[in-house]
Design a protein around this ligand. Structure first.
Ligand SMILES: Nc1ncnc2c1ncn2[C@@H]1O[C@H](COP(=O)(O)OP(=O)(O)OP(=O)(O)O)[C@@H](O)[C@H]1O
Ligand SMILES: [Mg+2]
Length: 279
Protein backbone atom coordinates (compact mmCIF):
# COMPACT_ATOMS: atom_id res chain seq x y z
CA UNK A 1 0.00 0.00 0.00
CA UNK A 2 1.26 3.51 -0.82
CA UNK A 3 2.71 5.51 2.05
CA UNK A 4 0.20 8.22 2.97
CA UNK A 5 1.21 11.88 3.32
CA UNK A 6 -0.14 13.08 6.67
CA UNK A 7 -0.32 16.72 7.75
CA UNK A 8 -0.59 18.17 11.23
CA UNK A 9 -1.95 21.71 11.56
CA UNK A 10 -1.28 22.58 15.19
CA UNK A 11 1.02 24.21 17.70
CA UNK A 12 4.65 23.61 18.60
CA UNK A 13 5.51 22.20 22.03
CA UNK A 14 9.31 22.55 22.40
CA UNK A 15 9.36 19.63 24.85
CA UNK A 16 8.27 17.37 22.00
CA UNK A 17 5.57 15.61 23.99
CA UNK A 18 2.58 17.30 22.39
CA UNK A 19 1.77 19.40 19.33
CA UNK A 20 3.31 18.98 15.91
CA UNK A 21 6.52 17.38 17.12
CA UNK A 22 4.54 14.62 18.85
CA UNK A 23 2.27 14.27 15.83
CA UNK A 24 5.28 13.74 13.56
CA UNK A 25 6.52 10.99 15.87
CA UNK A 26 3.14 9.24 15.83
CA UNK A 27 2.84 9.59 12.04
CA UNK A 28 6.32 8.13 11.61
CA UNK A 29 5.74 5.24 13.99
CA UNK A 30 2.57 4.34 12.08
CA UNK A 31 4.06 4.42 8.60
CA UNK A 32 2.87 7.79 7.37
CA UNK A 33 5.02 10.54 5.90
CA UNK A 34 4.67 13.47 8.32
CA UNK A 35 4.26 17.17 7.57
CA UNK A 36 3.35 20.17 9.73
CA UNK A 37 1.78 23.59 9.27
CA UNK A 38 2.49 25.68 12.36
CA UNK A 39 -0.48 27.58 13.80
CA UNK A 40 1.12 28.69 17.05
CA UNK A 41 4.35 28.51 19.00
CA UNK A 42 4.31 27.82 22.69
CA UNK A 43 6.94 28.11 25.39
CA UNK A 44 6.25 24.88 27.23
CA UNK A 45 7.75 22.09 29.29
CA UNK A 46 6.24 19.07 31.01
CA UNK A 47 4.95 21.28 33.85
CA UNK A 48 3.63 24.46 32.30
CA UNK A 49 2.87 26.57 29.27
CA UNK A 50 4.58 29.92 29.97
CA UNK A 51 3.67 31.60 26.70
CA UNK A 52 1.78 31.30 23.43
CA UNK A 53 2.74 33.11 20.25
CA UNK A 54 0.22 32.75 17.45
CA UNK A 55 1.49 32.66 13.88
CA UNK A 56 0.03 35.56 11.84
CA UNK A 57 -3.11 34.13 10.20
CA UNK A 58 -1.96 35.21 6.70
CA UNK A 59 1.19 33.18 7.19
CA UNK A 60 -0.76 30.12 8.32
CA UNK A 61 -2.67 30.49 5.08
CA UNK A 62 0.55 30.88 3.08
CA UNK A 63 1.96 27.69 4.58
CA UNK A 64 -1.18 25.79 3.57
CA UNK A 65 -1.32 27.29 0.05
CA UNK A 66 2.34 26.60 -0.66
CA UNK A 67 2.19 23.06 0.66
CA UNK A 68 -1.03 22.11 -1.14
CA UNK A 69 0.30 23.64 -4.40
CA UNK A 70 2.87 20.88 -4.52
CA UNK A 71 2.11 17.99 -2.19
CA UNK A 72 -0.77 15.50 -2.13
CA UNK A 73 -2.23 15.47 1.39
CA UNK A 74 -3.92 12.13 2.07
CA UNK A 75 -4.83 12.80 5.64
CA UNK A 76 -4.64 15.62 8.17
CA UNK A 77 -5.23 16.46 11.78
CA UNK A 78 -5.99 19.84 13.24
CA UNK A 79 -4.89 20.52 16.80
CA UNK A 80 -4.22 23.75 18.67
CA UNK A 81 -5.33 26.79 16.70
CA UNK A 82 -5.15 29.40 19.46
CA UNK A 83 -7.28 32.21 18.09
CA UNK A 84 -10.40 32.78 16.08
CA UNK A 85 -8.44 34.43 13.23
CA UNK A 86 -6.10 31.43 12.94
CA UNK A 87 -9.04 29.00 12.98
CA UNK A 88 -10.59 31.03 10.17
CA UNK A 89 -7.34 31.02 8.18
CA UNK A 90 -7.18 27.22 8.46
CA UNK A 91 -10.80 26.78 7.40
CA UNK A 92 -10.29 29.16 4.43
CA UNK A 93 -6.99 27.49 3.55
CA UNK A 94 -8.67 24.07 3.36
CA UNK A 95 -11.56 25.34 1.25
CA UNK A 96 -12.03 23.11 -1.79
CA UNK A 97 -9.26 20.74 -0.75
CA UNK A 98 -10.26 19.17 2.55
CA UNK A 99 -8.32 15.89 2.75
CA UNK A 100 -10.57 12.80 2.56
CA UNK A 101 -9.45 11.96 6.10
CA UNK A 102 -9.46 14.83 8.60
CA UNK A 103 -9.23 14.52 12.38
CA UNK A 104 -10.09 17.63 14.38
CA UNK A 105 -8.86 17.66 17.97
CA UNK A 106 -10.59 20.68 19.52
CA UNK A 107 -7.67 21.54 21.80
CA UNK A 108 -8.62 24.07 24.46
CA UNK A 109 -6.55 23.41 27.57
CA UNK A 110 -3.08 21.88 28.07
CA UNK A 111 -2.50 18.99 30.46
CA UNK A 112 -0.91 21.57 32.76
CA UNK A 113 -4.26 23.42 32.89
CA UNK A 114 -3.11 26.36 30.74
CA UNK A 115 -5.57 27.75 28.15
CA UNK A 116 -4.70 27.07 24.50
CA UNK A 117 -7.76 28.54 22.80
CA UNK A 118 -9.18 32.02 23.25
CA UNK A 119 -12.86 31.98 24.34
CA UNK A 120 -14.14 33.72 21.19
CA UNK A 121 -12.36 31.11 19.07
CA UNK A 122 -14.72 28.38 20.28
CA UNK A 123 -17.53 29.74 18.13
CA UNK A 124 -15.29 29.82 15.04
CA UNK A 125 -14.13 26.29 15.76
CA UNK A 126 -17.73 25.06 15.95
CA UNK A 127 -18.91 27.00 12.93
CA UNK A 128 -16.01 26.64 10.49
CA UNK A 129 -13.63 23.86 11.54
CA UNK A 130 -15.62 21.01 13.13
CA UNK A 131 -17.87 20.60 10.05
CA UNK A 132 -14.81 19.71 7.95
CA UNK A 133 -13.88 16.75 10.16
CA UNK A 134 -14.16 13.03 9.50
CA UNK A 135 -13.55 12.48 13.23
CA UNK A 136 -13.58 14.96 16.11
CA UNK A 137 -11.77 14.00 19.32
CA UNK A 138 -12.87 16.17 22.27
CA UNK A 139 -11.97 15.30 25.84
CA UNK A 140 -14.66 15.68 28.51
CA UNK A 141 -14.06 19.36 29.44
CA UNK A 142 -13.93 20.24 25.72
CA UNK A 143 -17.20 18.39 25.17
CA UNK A 144 -18.73 20.55 27.91
CA UNK A 145 -17.53 23.77 26.26
CA UNK A 146 -18.65 22.68 22.76
CA UNK A 147 -22.10 21.76 24.07
CA UNK A 148 -22.32 24.74 26.42
CA UNK A 149 -23.04 22.31 29.22
CA UNK A 150 -21.36 20.75 32.23
CA UNK A 151 -18.57 18.32 31.29
CA UNK A 152 -19.92 14.74 31.21
CA UNK A 153 -18.82 12.83 34.31
CA UNK A 154 -20.16 9.33 33.84
CA UNK A 155 -20.35 6.84 31.00
CA UNK A 156 -24.07 7.47 30.55
CA UNK A 157 -23.50 11.24 30.38
CA UNK A 158 -20.74 10.54 27.88
CA UNK A 159 -23.18 8.63 25.68
CA UNK A 160 -25.61 11.51 25.67
CA UNK A 161 -22.83 14.04 25.02
CA UNK A 162 -21.49 11.96 22.11
CA UNK A 163 -24.96 12.06 20.52
CA UNK A 164 -25.18 15.82 20.95
CA UNK A 165 -21.65 16.34 19.64
CA UNK A 166 -22.46 14.32 16.55
CA UNK A 167 -25.16 16.87 15.73
CA UNK A 168 -22.46 19.56 15.39
CA UNK A 169 -21.23 17.66 12.31
CA UNK A 170 -22.83 17.41 8.85
CA UNK A 171 -25.46 14.73 8.50
CA UNK A 172 -23.96 12.86 5.55
CA UNK A 173 -23.32 9.50 7.17
CA UNK A 174 -19.52 9.71 7.23
CA UNK A 175 -18.73 11.72 10.38
CA UNK A 176 -17.64 10.39 13.73
CA UNK A 177 -17.24 11.63 17.27
CA UNK A 178 -14.56 10.10 19.47
CA UNK A 179 -15.34 11.33 22.98
CA UNK A 180 -12.29 10.65 25.14
CA UNK A 181 -12.82 9.55 28.71
CA UNK A 182 -9.33 10.19 30.06
CA UNK A 183 -10.71 12.76 32.51
CA UNK A 184 -13.50 10.55 33.83
CA UNK A 185 -14.06 10.25 37.58
CA UNK A 186 -10.79 11.83 38.64
CA UNK A 187 -8.97 9.05 36.79
CA UNK A 188 -9.76 6.59 39.56
CA UNK A 189 -11.15 3.95 37.19
CA UNK A 190 -9.49 0.74 36.05
CA UNK A 191 -10.14 1.50 32.39
CA UNK A 192 -9.67 4.49 30.09
CA UNK A 193 -12.89 4.38 28.10
CA UNK A 194 -13.69 6.40 24.98
CA UNK A 195 -16.89 6.41 22.93
CA UNK A 196 -16.91 6.33 19.14
CA UNK A 197 -20.21 7.41 17.63
CA UNK A 198 -21.38 8.01 14.06
CA UNK A 199 -24.98 9.00 14.75
CA UNK A 200 -25.97 5.35 14.61
CA UNK A 201 -23.52 3.04 16.32
CA UNK A 202 -22.14 3.80 19.80
CA UNK A 203 -18.87 1.89 20.14
CA UNK A 204 -17.23 1.66 23.55
CA UNK A 205 -13.43 1.54 23.37
CA UNK A 206 -11.83 0.52 26.64
CA UNK A 207 -8.18 0.03 27.47
CA UNK A 208 -6.44 -0.53 30.79
CA UNK A 209 -5.79 2.77 32.56
CA UNK A 210 -2.04 2.98 33.12
CA UNK A 211 -0.96 4.36 36.49
CA UNK A 212 1.53 7.03 35.40
CA UNK A 213 2.04 10.79 35.27
CA UNK A 214 3.32 10.48 31.71
CA UNK A 215 0.18 11.61 29.94
CA UNK A 216 1.51 14.77 28.28
CA UNK A 217 0.31 14.71 24.69
CA UNK A 218 -1.93 11.66 24.91
CA UNK A 219 -4.66 13.54 23.07
CA UNK A 220 -2.30 14.82 20.35
CA UNK A 221 -0.79 11.38 19.91
CA UNK A 222 -4.18 9.70 19.61
CA UNK A 223 -5.55 12.12 17.01
CA UNK A 224 -2.31 11.94 14.99
CA UNK A 225 -2.35 8.15 15.15
CA UNK A 226 -5.91 8.13 13.84
CA UNK A 227 -4.92 10.48 11.00
CA UNK A 228 -1.97 8.23 10.11
CA UNK A 229 -4.11 5.08 10.09
CA UNK A 230 -7.32 6.29 8.40
CA UNK A 231 -5.86 6.01 4.87
CA UNK A 232 -4.33 2.62 5.72
CA UNK A 233 -7.29 0.82 7.29
CA UNK A 234 -10.64 -0.38 5.97
CA UNK A 235 -12.79 1.96 8.03
CA UNK A 236 -12.85 4.56 10.79
CA UNK A 237 -13.57 2.02 13.52
CA UNK A 238 -10.52 -0.09 12.62
CA UNK A 239 -8.25 2.98 12.46
CA UNK A 240 -9.46 4.31 15.82
CA UNK A 241 -9.19 0.93 17.57
CA UNK A 242 -5.62 0.51 16.39
CA UNK A 243 -4.72 4.11 17.24
CA UNK A 244 -6.01 3.61 20.78
CA UNK A 245 -4.02 0.39 21.18
CA UNK A 246 -0.90 2.18 19.93
CA UNK A 247 -1.47 5.03 22.40
CA UNK A 248 -2.06 2.67 25.33
CA UNK A 249 1.22 0.88 24.65
CA UNK A 250 2.98 4.25 24.19
CA UNK A 251 1.74 5.28 27.66
CA UNK A 252 2.64 1.90 29.16
CA UNK A 253 6.22 2.17 27.89
CA UNK A 254 6.62 5.89 28.76
CA UNK A 255 8.76 5.05 31.79
CA UNK A 256 11.61 4.13 29.44
CA UNK A 257 11.97 7.85 28.68
CA UNK A 258 13.21 10.44 31.13
CA UNK A 259 11.88 13.84 30.06
CA UNK A 260 11.09 16.60 32.54
CA UNK A 261 9.67 16.54 36.05
CA UNK A 262 5.97 17.08 35.34
CA UNK A 263 3.65 15.15 33.05
CA UNK A 264 6.20 13.37 30.86
CA UNK A 265 5.65 12.34 27.23
CA UNK A 266 4.54 8.96 25.94
CA UNK A 267 6.95 6.64 24.11
CA UNK A 268 6.04 6.98 20.45
CA UNK A 269 8.75 4.61 19.22
CA UNK A 270 8.24 1.77 21.70
CA UNK A 271 7.97 -0.72 18.83
CA UNK A 272 11.36 0.19 17.45
CA UNK A 273 13.61 0.96 20.41
CA UNK A 274 14.78 -1.87 22.57
CA UNK A 275 15.78 -0.14 25.77
CA UNK A 276 17.38 -2.20 28.57
CA UNK A 277 14.33 -1.71 30.83
CA UNK A 278 12.14 -3.23 28.15
CA UNK A 279 13.85 -6.61 28.22
N1 LIG B 1 -3.64 6.83 32.31
C1 LIG B 1 -4.10 6.44 31.12
N2 LIG B 1 -3.92 5.16 30.70
C2 LIG B 1 -4.37 4.76 29.50
N3 LIG B 1 -5.03 5.55 28.65
C3 LIG B 1 -5.25 6.83 29.01
C4 LIG B 1 -4.80 7.34 30.25
N4 LIG B 1 -5.16 8.66 30.33
C5 LIG B 1 -5.78 8.94 29.18
N5 LIG B 1 -5.87 7.85 28.39
C6 LIG B 1 -6.43 7.77 27.04
O1 LIG B 1 -5.67 8.70 26.29
C7 LIG B 1 -6.50 9.31 25.31
C8 LIG B 1 -6.48 10.80 25.52
O2 LIG B 1 -7.45 11.06 26.49
P1 LIG B 1 -7.63 12.38 27.34
O3 LIG B 1 -9.05 12.38 27.74
O4 LIG B 1 -6.59 12.42 28.42
O5 LIG B 1 -7.32 13.46 26.21
P2 LIG B 1 -6.79 14.93 26.34
O6 LIG B 1 -7.24 15.52 27.61
O7 LIG B 1 -7.17 15.61 25.09
O8 LIG B 1 -5.22 14.75 26.37
P3 LIG B 1 -4.17 15.95 26.26
O9 LIG B 1 -4.20 16.63 27.58
O10 LIG B 1 -2.90 15.26 25.97
O11 LIG B 1 -4.64 16.85 25.17
C9 LIG B 1 -7.85 8.64 25.45
O12 LIG B 1 -7.91 7.53 24.57
C10 LIG B 1 -7.86 8.19 26.90
O13 LIG B 1 -8.76 7.13 27.11
MG1 LIG C 1 -6.32 17.28 24.25
Amino acid sequence: MAIPNALSIAGIDPSGGAGIYADLKAFSALRAYGMGVVAALTAQNTRTVSGVHGVPPEFVRQQLDTLFDDVRVDSAKIGMLGTSAIARAVSDGLHGRVPSHLVVDPVMVAKSGDALLSPEATATLIELVLPLATVITPNLPEAGVLLRARAPDSLSEMRRAAEHLRRLLPDDGRRWVLLKGGHLAGSALADATDLLHDGDRMIELSAPRIDTRNTHGTGCTLSAAIAALLPQRADVEAAVREAKAYLTESIRRSGELSVGTGHGPVHHFHRFWNTPQAR
